[in-house]
Design a protein around this ligand. Sequence first.
Ligand code: GLN
Length: 484
Amino acid sequence: MKSTIEYIERVSNGSVDIKKETEEVLSNLDSLNDKYHYLGAISTGLARELSNNVSIKPKGRLAGVYVSVKDCIAVKGVETRSSSRILSGYKPVFNATVINKIISEGAIIIGKTTQDEFGFGSFSTNTGIGIKQPVNPFDIQRAAGGSSGGSAGMAQVADFPHISLGESTGGSIASPASFCGVVGLTPTYGLVSRYGLLDYANSMDKIGPIGKTVEDCALMLSIIAGHDEKDSTSYNPANSKEKSDDGSKNIDYTKNIDRPISGMKIGIVKESLGEGVDESIKNKVNECASDLKAQGAIIEEISLAVPSEYALPSYYIIAVCEASTNLAKYCGMRYGKHESLKGNFNEYFTKVRSKHFGQEAKRRIILGTFARMAGFRDAYYLKALKVRTVIINEYKKAFKNVDALLTPTMPVLPPRFDEIKNLSVLQNYMMDVLTVGPNLAGLPHINIPYGMIDGLPVGVMLSGDHFCEEKLLNVAFNIEKNAP
Ligand code: GLN
């Protein structure tokens, strides 16, 4: 397939019959979805409206590109439920900032992608009650990864120009990208507006692109990045002491992507190649390091002991604490599911939530509420926040010496659904061992497909310092170009 950028050029100079093409894309989505369950809602009406707009005015940096959107991102008039039954029927009356941005650049939104309910999971097996789980594009008996499983699967199977918008709190872009053999970029926390994102854990949620190539992700980032007054945690370079650029103009992340990387320093994280990671995956990471070396990069082994040991427990405490408060608003009064009004508020609230939240959502509400209770708050939540600061400092120290860190993305190949059923809750959480560190520290990171083992994709992960997406994409591009 030609590059997305070439396709956009063809759309822009009027050589694509976009309305006809959109009908073709839409006509195949149902059968695709019957097989893989990547879309919880197909937005036929909106796709037609947007393609009509593009046919009248074929302009914009995403002109005619089809975009699927993780279900936790608000799209006006399209059912948006974070793959939870409790939000069935909820159609936002506004667009998330990222949605307004992509629409104004000519994107055509085709639907909402399935995910773990509210982002709670690593395999997309925790979809809400009644919502089908997305399956792996290479073997439908296996998981697509999570929680942005539908987005990554869609990125793999789409045979039309397509980029998905995913979301990561603790690894939900990298994990499914790895399992589905596509590129997934999680930007620095605050670089992309969270306005219109259904919160999981506010201090860690990030929206980011999932696509077939590093360039596609760079293109999408160029459009969605930037300060937003509607999000109080949105990064405003004008106020920053660090001032990496003048802050006013948007960066084109595709521009310098293909520069040679000779002389760059890449740190291989020693602990990420330790126990619990499949040997075949470690070999791929070493192969990737050799290639980087052959391209002139300097490879250094580096130890990140604190993140390797404490990122997982502190992540899960912070995540469940924040999630449990965020979910309080789903009480059957304002959004989504309602029941007949009987009893007092507590009785009604309990009835709605017991009936419509899935098991993992309930578990996290209970864990989070417990950890925030008077008497436990200091011991758990506040302690975890302090550990997070130590972890950030350790990464910051590492980035004084290296330009990027290389690790595997996932410790295992995509598991079968029957294997996942046998995992304990803790074993489930352990799957995030390699992705939670950068997420907790708000660092940008990217999964790059690196060949196959037994017919299943393997991914390597690069992490960079805050707001160093350009450099990260540059290295990622050079990995991708020689990847097996
Ligand atoms: N697997 C992690 C969790 O369950 C990460 C999920 C995410 O990034 N949304 O919390």
